[in-house]
Design a protein around this ligand. Structure first.
Ligand code: ATP
Ligand code: MG
Length: 288
């Protein structure tokens, strides 16, 4: 599968408008995509087992999107085959007062995955250049006034680039997924949440108000991707109007990234092999 057209490793020329939320690549039907996805889930299982056994690298999957773009469903489906012991999902909501008493990367650093694990961030430090920017929440924050320079967002992009490069260089590999849903598809999904009693709980009136800031969010996403897409921590812009395609693509990207790590089960040295042999002999000779 060609992933290049969805991957941004250098953002200068990135234009969100050039990415169609309804794109389904070479796939014409959901059934076809579901079959390919099942295959990826099997491969992911084997790769995760090696990641865990080797206990050196960690994978950090960062998911950002507008409301109802399908973050939760994507996490549920894409990770359905992995061992829960080696996987951890963290949802970043509105910061607590303790969070706000610290720098914005504090809660992020505290929740990074351990080596050998897959960490999934449902929202992330990007909220601090998205919702915080769109609503200018930084004004009422505890940031010292004299540091609230108009270049604050550029500064944060630089901080985020450096932070993610630091993670990569320490074996914590970032995968950043932007689920690119269209405004019309979001409208349909909100309506479905209102009309279907089983989905009512997912709906909040605030989500409709947020939708009123759609263009500001798109500008903020575009700017963030332009400034934080790097070779070490690329952005993947995933068409999200068809959930089955978004999920397939995400699984493909995760498998591809894991394969590029060339993971191997740890090999025992001679002394360890000899000790294994000794244990085997003892077990074989045990009297019942
Ligand atoms: P759901 O699909 O269930 O609605 P969600 O991710 O939207 O999931 P919510 O509890 O509805 O979860 O929303 C979390 C809210 O917290 C979002 O509106 C998000 O923008 C906001 N948020 C996250 N991080 C920050 C932050 N640093 N500053 C301000 N708001 C934040
Ligand atoms: Mg929400």
């Amino acid at each position: 599968m060609k992933l290049d057209k969805y991957t941004v490793t250098s953002g200068e020329k990135f234009k969100l408008k050039e990415h169609d939320p309804g794109d389904t690549g070479d796939y014409r039907s959901k059934a076809e995509a579901v079959r390919a996805m099942a295959d990826n889930i099997e491969r992911m299982k084997v790769l995760q087992d090696k990641l865990y056994a080797q206990n050196e690298y960690a994978l950090l999957i960062i998911i950002q999107a507008m409301d109802a773009a399908g973050k939760d469903g994507l996490i549920e489906h894409v990770m359905s085959g992995v061992n829960p012991q080696g996987c951890q999902v963290v949802s970043f909501k509105q910061p607590t007062s303790e969070d706000l008493d610290h720098d914005y990367l504090w809660r992020i650093a505290k929740n990074l995955p351990e080596r050998g694990r897959i960490g999934i961030f449902n929202r992330s430090h990007y909220e601090d250049v998205l919702v915080v920017r769109v609503h200018n929440l930084i004004e009422g924050s505890q940031m010292p006034d004299r540091l609230l320079d108009p270049s604050i967002w550029k500064q944060r992009f630089r901080q985020i680039r450096n932070f993610e490069t630091y993670l990569f260089e320490n074996g914590i590999i970032p995968i950043k997924l932007f689920l690119n849903v269209s405004k019309e598809e979001q409208r349909q999904r909100f309506l479905a949440r209102i009309e279907d009693p089983a989905k009512n709980w997912k709906f909040s009136a605030g989500d409709v108000a947020e939708r009123g800031h759609w263009n500001d969010y798109m500008d903020a996403f575009e700017d963030a991707i332009q400034h934080t897409a790097t070779k070490e921590a690329p952005w993947h812009v995933i068409p999200a109007d068809k959930k089955w395609y978004a999920r397939l693509l995400a699984s493909e990207i995760i498998v591809d990234t894991l394969e590029n790590l060339h993971l191997e089960y740890p090999r025992l040295n001679e002394a360890e092999l000899a000790s294994l042999e000794e244990c085997r002999t003892m077990l074989l000779n045990e009297k019942s």
